[in-house]
Write a protein that binds this ligand. Sequence first.
Ligand code: ZN
Ligand code: ZN
Length: 274
Amino acid sequence: MTEKDPLALIQEKERRIKSLEGQLEEAKESYYQAIRELHISGKSLREIAGLLNLSHQRVHQIVEGQNKGWRPWLRPAKPELRCSFCGLLAEEVKKLVQGPNIFGCDACIHAYREALLAGSKDYRLLDRSSRLRCSFCGKLPNYKRRVVAGKEHQVCEKCIELSLKYMKEEAPATVPEQSKQKTTTVTLWLRVERNSKFVRGKAKAREEIERLVLSHHGMKKLDGWEYELTFFYDDDEHLDKQINDMLVECTHLADLRNCFIESDVRENGTDRSW
Ligand SMILES: [Zn+2]
Ligand SMILES: [Zn+2]
C-alpha cells in the first residue's frame, strides 16, 4: 500500500474547509434573506427582534446590511443627480432613489415592475443562465431572483421592491399631491386555484400576489380570502383602470405558477363592484 502524499492530504482537508465555508455562507445568506423578507412584508425591526429572540441591533444590522447603499432623495436635496435609466435630473422627476451603483426615478422603476409583472416589448426577462447582472445589486438571475433587462440596465425583482419601498418612505413629498385625490377602500375577494392537481405553487402564487401587487395598495388581510385595499384616484375612470391593472397583474402572477384566479372587488360603503 502506498503512503498518500502528505501535501495532497493537506490540500484535501483545505478543500473540505472551503466547501464547508461555502455552505455556511449560503446558509447565512438564506437566513438573512428570510429576515429581510419579513421586514419588507411589514414587520418592524423591533417586532422581528422579539419574534426571533435577537437584539434589535442585530436585526438592524441584518436588514440594513443588504440595504446598504439605498436611500431616498428628496427633490431639492441634490438637483444635479440624474436617473441612470432615463437621464432626467432629480428636479425633473417625481422621486429619485439612490441604490447601490445607480439611481432610478419612479417612472423608470415602475416600467421595470410592469415589465416583470405583465411583460413588455421593450424589456425582456433574463433566463437563469444569463450572465447579465442586476445594475443595482450586481446579482445574477436565479430561480428566486428574476431579472428584467431594459436597453442599458437590468433590475432584479428584489431591487424593484427595495426601490419602491424607499420611494414610499419619501411620503412627505407626495402628500400634497395625494390630498387632491380622492381615496376609497375596497374589499377584494380572491381565490387562487391550480390549473391541475399536479401543479404545486398555489401558496407561492398567493404569497407573490400579496407581496408584489396587493401590498402596494395598503393591503389589510381580512378573514378567509378577503383583503381590504386602499386606492387614490382622480376620477372614476382612473379608479377603474387601477383596479383592472391590479387584477391583470394578479392573473399574470398566478399564471406564472400555473394557477388561475377568481376575484370580486367591491367598494366599501357603496354598491360599486368590478
Ligand atoms: Zn428615470
Ligand atoms: Zn438587484
